[in-house]
Design a binder for this molecule. Sequence first.
Ligand code: NDP
Length: 293
Amino acid sequence: MSKRFKQSLTVIGLGPMGQAMAAAFLDAGHPVTVWNRTASRAEPLVARGAVLAPTAEAALAANELVVLSLTDYRAMYEILRPAAGALAGRTVVNLSSDTPQQARAAADWMAGHGAVHLTGGVQVPPSGIGKPESATFYSGPEEAFLTHRATLEVLTGADYRGVDPGLAALYYQIQMDMFWTGLLGYLHAVALARANGISAGEFLPYATSTMSLMPGFLAFYAPRIDAGDHGGDVDRLAMGVASVEHVLHTVEASGVDRALPAAVLELFRRGMAAGRGADSVTSLIEVIGKAAA
Ligand code: NDP
């Protein structure tokens, strides 16, 4: 399809993500205006047909649809505050990561300047941009989302979570909570393997096998968790404590950092102290949830 049939838009923020996004829009035939604090980052995109706006204000003024890809919301305010006069009438799709609280405050701030804020939480690295099987959480006014959905789907699949501008950030942070802890669990295991002469490559099939069990565990536990069923018919926390102690002792004997398994053991022991020894390890959710409250 020719460019004139595709919505023109602005991308502000040309880190690895913003570059991939602007490139995906260009590849799909969208006229793209870009702006970045460090202007030189725009060069490869300009070579592919993007227009480099001289100022952030000009970038906002250029298009109704504005995509932000910045380190965090602090960077957004640093860029947009001095240019706020050009925000009226804009739909700002903020694909920068931050907290739900920040997203809600930004939505209010944008509304105060006559702009609509759509929050986004991109779930893939730059290499996943431009692929429909990738996913991004969105939240904010549904009408704005539906208006721009097809354009946003140039980047990734779009998963609309609801009107609350904090929701996309919330879902994103929940996913990242699991991602970082899970990845660190893997890295810790590799450190333990390497301390014992086993390379990451040798360990790979076993690591993969353990991780591939997880979907089955999640599918089994999720309905029981929702039903408040922490019955110890399949696993018992007391058994888990002994297992984590064995891990910690192996880690200590190998000279590997003990902080991660020690933290796991401390949580398990808090569950025991709360009288959950005969219950499933899922009962730790009650312990964790209470601590957070
Ligand atoms: P970067 O941190 O590399 O993004 C940097 C962008 O923010 C650059 O355009 C940079 O400008 C700009 N920036 C930072 N601080 C300021 C400031 N104070 N004033 C003006 N501009 C500023 O991140 P990515 O490109 O990797 O990612 C963008 C967002 O996407 C982040 O929120 C990230 O968490 C999220 N994300 C990233 C993923 C990834 O794998 N990279 C995966 C999923 C989400 P300059 O070029 O001048 O430094």
